[in-house]
Structure formats: C-alpha cells, structure tokens
Design a protein around this ligand. Structure first.
Ligand SMILES: Cc1cc2nc3c(=O)[nH]c(=O)nc-3n(C[C@H](O)[C@H](O)[C@H](O)COP(=O)(O)OP(=O)(O)OC[C@H]3O[C@@H](n4cnc5c(N)ncnc54)[C@H](O)[C@@H]3O)c2cc1C
Ligand SMILES: Cc1ncc(C[n+]2csc(CCOP(=O)(O)OP(=O)(O)O)c2C)c(N)n1
Ligand SMILES: [Mg+2]
Length: 568
C-alpha cells in the first residue's frame, strides 16, 4: 500500500514508540502537520523552537526514551541549533525533524531555505537530508537507532516538502537499519579488567568518580554493590548526580570547580581513581598538570575517544559501564578502607562551619536556604530541572538526590534558558513525578514564553525563580577576578508574579526565610502550576570555587565565620 511521505513519517514514529512530540509549524513542514491529525501522537505546541528541543531533551533525560522535536525550514530549523548543541554535549538522545524547501529548489536561496544539515554537522551525532518519500522510513529508523545506541546523541532529519507530499510504498521491515552505524563496541578487554582489579585490590586510597555514564548505562545498583564490596567512596560529576544515592555513607558529593572541598582534596590525595562514565571535563579537573598526580587511573567509558583525551590513564576500558562492572566485580576482593574514609570525614568538619545553611536566620534569604528547604519538603524525591548559573550550583550542593534522572541540567554547554522548557519535557515524560524548575532570574527570561505552553497544556510544574537581581554567576566572576566591576550584570526585572498571572498561572513572592517552607508546601498542594519568585540575597557567591585552570586543591573557600551580605 502506498502512503504519502508525511504519513510514512508519523507511521514510523508511532512504530518507534513515540507518543509525544514538541514542535512549531510552518510552510515547509505543513504536509507533515496535516497528516499528524491521523496519528495517535500528542503534539505540544511550543512558543519557540529552542523550547521544542529543550523539551525533547528534558523528556529524554527524565525517561531514557528518545525525545522528538519538529520545526519548519529556515528560521524554525536555526532556532533549534542551541537545543541540539545542548543535547550533543550531554549525550542526550533526540530526533529533530525539520521541513526543507522542495528538492528542486535546494541551493536556489528559496524562501526559508537554510542548509541545516550543514549548520548542524558538528553538533549532531548524525544528520540526513531526505529528498524522496522512499527514503523516509529507512532514514527515520536509522535516526532512532543512531540516537539511542552507544553513546547517545541528537540526530537531525531534514525532509523536503516534496518528499512529504509524494507517495511511496511503505515497507517497515524493509526499512530496518542495515549498515552498521558508528563504530561497534570492541569485545570487553578481559586482560584490562584483570589488571584493573589488581590495582583496586592493592589500593589504599581509592576513589570512584561517577559520571553521567552511570545513569546512561543504568548501572546504579551495580555501582552501589561494587562500592560497598570494595569500600570505595564515590564522588560525582554534576551530571552524575543521582547515579549514587546522596544518603549513602560512601557518597561524598560533587567534585570539581564548585564541588565539595573534601572531595577535591580526596582526589588530590587518592592513590587510585576509578573514572566510571565521566569525561574529565575542565570544570572537573582544574589544572591538568597538577591533577591527581599521586593516583593511578582506571577509566571505563563507552566512547573510545574519551579514553586519554584529557587525562592520561593507566588502564582504559572501552565498554558499556554495566558490562564492565559485571566483569570486574567478581575479581575485586572485599575490603575496608577505614583510615582513608576517616581522613575524608575529618576534612568535612571544617566545611560544615563554613556552610551557609548553618547560618542562623539573620533576616536575609539565601538561595542555599531555598534549595535546602525545597529538598526537605519534597523529601529529595522531586525531579529538579535547573537552569545555568549560581542557582544551578547551589542546587547541586543542597538538594540531595537519591534517584537517577532526578536532576536534569545542562552541564557541557551550560545553556541558559534550558530549565523551563526541559521541565515541560520532563513532566510530559513522567506525568506522575513532582517536577520543579529551579531557574535564575536571567535564564528564566530567555525562554519564559514557554509559560504559555505550561498554561495551554495545563501542566502542574512548579517554578522556583532564584531572583538575585543579577546574572549572578558572571557577577561572581567579576567580584573575584575583575575587581567588582559589574559590567552588564545587574538586571532590572519585570514583576514575575504579575507576569505569571498574565499567563493565567498562580504565583507568589517570598523574601524571608520562614516563608519558604509554606510556599513550597502550598505549591505542592496546588493542582496546577505555581511560580514562586524567591527574592534572595543579591551578592552571595558560590563556594567553594576552583578558579578556572587553577589547581584542584586551591579552592576559594567561603570566609569563615560566614558573614556576607549586600549591605556589608
Ligand atoms: C556553571 C557550571 C558549572 C559547572 N561546575 C561543575 C562542577 O563544579 N563539577 C562538575 O562535575 N561539573 C560541573 N559542570 C558540568 C561540566 O561542565 C560537565 O558537564 C560535567 O562535568 C560532565 O559530567 P560527565 O563527564 O559525568 O557527563 P558527560 O559529559 O555527559 O559525559 C558522560 C561520559 O559517559 C560516557 N558514557 C555514556 N554512556 C555510557 C555507558 N553506557 N557506559 C560507559 N560510559 C558511558 C560518555 O562517553 C562520556 O564520556 C558545570 C557546568 C556549568 C554550566
Ligand atoms: C545562553 C547563555 N548565555 C550566556 C551564558 C553565560 N552565563 C553563565 S551563568 C550566567 C548568569 C546567569 O544568571 P541567572 O540566570 O540570573 O542565574 P544566577 O547565576 O544569578 O543564579 C551567564 C550570563 C550562558 N551560560 N548561556
Ligand atoms: Mg540571577
């Protein structure tokens, strides 16, 4: 039976298990939109195509399924670029579908023509220009395969208008991906696994560096068994948070630029680092020349390009983490590292004195208090989607995540504007989850048009705006490294409560500490969305901090005793 290319597109999406897509229509994708009405797929109409890609990304990160975004050619497609690059940096599986001008018009500067496969070449795992209806089914099937296999990532399908309109034979089975896509994984290197076990068994000060690969590999319980068996403390990257329960006695917290001081000290003192599904980002290592000089290093990663890329390692194992841990576990002896764990615990004590959440209520509202109370009230079980900046780091420090996929944040690209749309995607993927967007006053304004999407779709998403009146993270750099010359960082904000109300959403303002818990509880009781404008201390900074490129152990610590307000 023949179908139009547009029908084949949706038919394939349904068969790939797609139930929700995020998009925005226009001329070159109109045939696909027309056919959409015949298929059981929920289409979420966004307010900007960047929002569609972040929603698809939030959907993928929250659920592990492939997220789908759809847009027209030209400006619709280019508006997707930031979202695609965001997904690429954090290995998020997306299929982005764009309409393209008619195949005979390609190259003629036709209306709304952009070479989007050219534009997105470096920021997609793979992309396709599809110019006939016959090519659609094989391209869609391969796109899904590529997006979700190996190290996941975004794939773009650019489909010409005539390919959507013309008819072709639909053959699902005949369209199965044929050629081996990407480099197939080599067989597990058993010799390397044995050598790794020897190093682990001999180590006195071992440390696990758990990254996003733990979550992508679904290796949470294997990691836990391994860490307990070998008695190895676990530090996490920003994107690894949730891969190991925060309340577990072996959990140390986050490493890196804004990681915990005792974690970075432990990395510098360790005699063995076990890097599991993390890529030694520069926010994680600081100065590479002085990074963990006394430690042997074992790196397990699914992507061979990551082994030895930034940090030379003694043993590199290219494998899915779960497979590698399965093989490693029986070779590792059960042991205890009490003196090592005690050493780290001693370091922790000093940090507690400097911890702002222990400051008695002095009338000021600190962002750390807001996040800490949000964690207490939600019991650590909410899905928190953060934007980028100081609030993102305070969330990582003060919200203690027990579950994988419960922190969704843009790590590699650090895309402001990510949180609000990504929270929409997360809520649609997991309607029963409690979803909070924790956003800065700056980043919120980059994509706040999606409040209309929340209202139209009647989504019960709570939004905590950490409103410090500044592009806070940049202000902090100006304070520390540019002599407090606050060029272009103070923000004159609109009334966020009135703004949310204009979208038909419930909103309130909180500016003192004792109002935080009632506001969070109220938001949880509400049936719909709630936007809370938390007016926090304006000139607080995120501590500790490793200045970019500095040695990991040379952190700027919060001045102790803690006294730092805008009034001082
Ligand atoms: C303002 C700001 C500040 C930041 N500060 C910090 C900080 O202080 N500390 C910090 O940690 N980060 C920080 N980041 C985030 C940082 O930039 C990186 O995004 C983050 O460190 C990357 O973590 P990752 O390597 O675990 O994840 P990814 O970058 O997602 O890498 C995952 C790795 O796992 C591998 N992998 C994927 N699937 C599998 C599998 N199945 N099996 C095995 N391996 C797999 C991949 O190949 C990849 O190498 C900050 C970001 C921002 C925006
Ligand atoms: C799209 C984009 N533009 C610029 C930046 C650089 N940047 C990183 S953090 C930050 C400030 C964020 O301010 P805000 O959203 O108010 O959050 P805060 O740091 O105050 O918590 C800026 C401008 C970025 N990460 N993303
Ligand atoms: Mg701000």
């Amino acid at each position: 039976m023949t179908k139009t290319g547009a029908q084949i597109l949706w038919e394939c999406l349904v068969r790939e298990g797609v139930t929700d897509v995020f998009g925005y229509p226009g001329g070159a994708i109109l045939p696909a939109y027309d056919a959409l009405l015949e298929y059981p797929i929920r289409h979420v109409l966004v307010r900007h195509e960047q929002g569609a890609t972040h929603m698809a990304d939030g959907y993928a990160r929250a659920s592990g399924r492939v997220g789908v975004a759809i847009a027209t050619s030209g400006p619709g497609a280019t508006n997707m670029v930031t979202g695609i690059a965001t997904a690429m940096m954090d290995s998020s599986p997306l299929v982005c579908i764009t309409g393209q001008v008619g195949s005979r018009l390609i190259g003629s500067d036709a209306f709304q023509e952009t070479d989007i496969t050219g534009v997105t070449l470096p920021i997609t795992k793979h992309n396709y220009l599809v110019t006939s209806a016959e090519q659609i089914a094989p391209a869609v099937r391969e796109a899904f395969h590529v997006a979700r296999s190996g190290r996941p990532g975004p794939v773009l399908l650019d489909i010409t208008k005539d390919a959507q309109q013309s008819r072709a034979e639909f053959d699902w089975d005949g369209a199965a991906p044929r050629r081996a896509t990407g480099r197939p994984l080599p067989p597990l290197d058993r010799d390397a696994v044995e050598r790794a076990a020897d190093l682990i068994n001999a180590a006195e000060r071992p440390l696990i560096l758990a990254g996003r690969g733990v979550i992508l590999s679904d290796a949470m319980s294997l990691l836990r068994t391994f860490a307990e068996h070998a008695d190895v403390p676990v530090a996490m990257t920003l994107l690894g948070i949730g891969g190991f329960p925060a309340s577990h006695p072996l959990n140390l917290g986050m490493m890196g630029m804004h990681g915990e001081a005792w974690v970075n000290a432990a990395i510098q003192e360790a005699d063995l680092l076990l890097a599991f599904g993390m890529r030694f980002d520069d926010r994680v290592t600081g100065n590479l020349k002085t990074y963990a000089q006394g430690a042997r290093k074992i790196h397990i990663d699914i992507d061979p390009a990551e082994i030895g890329k930034n940090v030379p390692v003694d043993i590199g194992i290219v494998a899915d983490l779960a497979t590698a841990l399965d093989a490693l576990q029986p070779l590792v002896v059960h042991q205890h590292h009490r003196p090592w764990r005690q050493r780290i615990a001693d370091e922790k004590r000093d940090a507690a004195v400097r911890d702002i959440k222990n400051l008695p209520d002095d009338g000021h509202l600190y962002a750390a208090h807001v996040v800490h109370d949000l964690w207490r009230v939600t019991g650590g079980d909410a899905v928190i989607v953060t934007d980028v900046g100081q609030h993102q780091m305070w969330e990582a420090q003060y919200y203690h995540h027990e579950q994988a996929r419960s922190l969704i944040t843009s790590g590699g690209l650090g895309t402001m504007g990510f949180a609000l749309p990504a929270a929409i995607g997360a809520k649609i993927a997991r309607p029963d989850a409690e979803v909070w967007a924790v956003v800065g006053d700056g980043g919120f304004q980059m994509t706040l048009a999606e409040l209309a999407t929340i209202a139209q779709e009647q989504l019960a998403i709570n939004v905590a705006i950490i409103n410090n009146g500044y592009l806070g993270m940049v202000r902090q750099w100006q304070e520390f490294f540019y002599e407090k010359r606050y060029a272009a960082t103070p923000l004159h904000n609109p009334d966020f409560v009135k703004l949310a109300e204009a979208y038909g959403l419930t909103a309130r303002r909180v500016s003192i500490r004792r109002d935080v818990v009632p506001a969070v509880e109220d938001a949880r009781r509400q049936r719909g969305a709630m936007i809370i404008d938390f007016q926090v201390e304006q000139e607080d900074s995120v501590y500790p901090m490793v200045p970019a490129g500095a040695d990991l152990h040379q952190m700027i610590r919060r001045p102790s005793p803690i006294v730092e307000t805008a009034l001082d």
